[in-house]
Ligand binder design. Structure first.
Ligand SMILES: C[S@@+](CC[C@H](N)C(=O)[O-])C[C@H]1O[C@@H](n2cnc3c(N)ncnc32)[C@H](O)[C@@H]1O
Length: 216
């Protein structure tokens, strides 16, 4: 495992988030399940996952697969390792941030993430890193929550809660326009579906999912 100084572990929020995603992970996954089933289909035997958290997406993987998990919050690591073992996933844990992947250029065919581009400090830099590490024809599959574009009331609610939301969820923003960020990130093709989930947590309910493919 390698380390980075670019992520400041918070002694309260780090463990809180690890506990939150352990307890709420099943519900969050249920809200996004049909899209995850679509975009996380046909995975190669080895993938890179950004912001793996406590391993919410391991249920979509086959036993025996290898995951290079990029997860900078150390409070997630024990649960992540335990879940990898439970799902018979070969885990290579990288304690770095998505903005500075410690992986060679053109070294993987698949990168995945769920609920991560909302949290990273620089989504454009993360997307540039995803493109850098993908081989020609490689895919980036994502499921993310985003800002409400066409719903002014929801947009206003997202604005109202943005500070406490970001504080609790380690910088997470519920206002980002990630469709534009992904579409403008230089992939050869981008397939994005924008949709809503129906949870009582209104600011969380606007989502997108899709696959971006790197050109030759
Ligand atoms: C909202 S959680 C989602 C976790 C998991 N993917 C899921 O769907 O349950 C965001 C995750 O991204 C991680 N993270 C935060 N900043 C990051 C960064 N700059 N690069 C990569 N991961 C980051 C957090 O530690 C956390 O595990």
């Amino acid at each position: 495992m390698r380390t980075t100084t670019a992520y400041e572990a918070n002694l309260a929020r780090g463990p809180f988030d690890a506990a939150f995603f352990t307890v709420m992970g099943g519900y969050l996954d249920w809200l996004m399940r049909s899209r995850k089933q679509r975009v996380f289909a046909n995975l190669p035997d080895e993938i890179v996952e950004l912001g793996s958290g406590v391993g919410a997406n391991f249920r979509y993987l086959r036993p025996g697969m290898r995951v290079i998990a990029v997860e900078p919050n150390p409070a997630m690591h024990a649960r992540l390792r335990a879940r990898a073992a439970r799902h018979e996933i070969g885990l290579e844990l990288h304690d770095v941030v998505g903005e500075q992947l410690d992986l060679p250029d053109a070294s993987t065919d698949m990168v995945v993430s769920s609920l991560v581009l909302c949290t990273v400090s620089d989504p454009a830099q993360v997307l540039a890193e995803v493109r850098r590490v993908l081989r020609a024809g490689g895919r980036y599959a994502f499921v993310e929550h985003v800002g409400a574009k066409d719903r002014p009331l929801l947009r206003r609610i997202q604005r109202l809660v943005r500070r406490p939301w970001a504080w609790v969820f380690e910088g997470c923003s519920c206002e980002r326009d990630l469709a534009e960020a992904i579409a403008g990130a230089g992939f050869a093709s981008v397939d994005i579906e924008e949709y809503r989930v129906h949870s009582p947590v209104l600011p969380f309910n606007t989502h997108l999912a899709g696959i971006a493919t790197k050109g030759a």
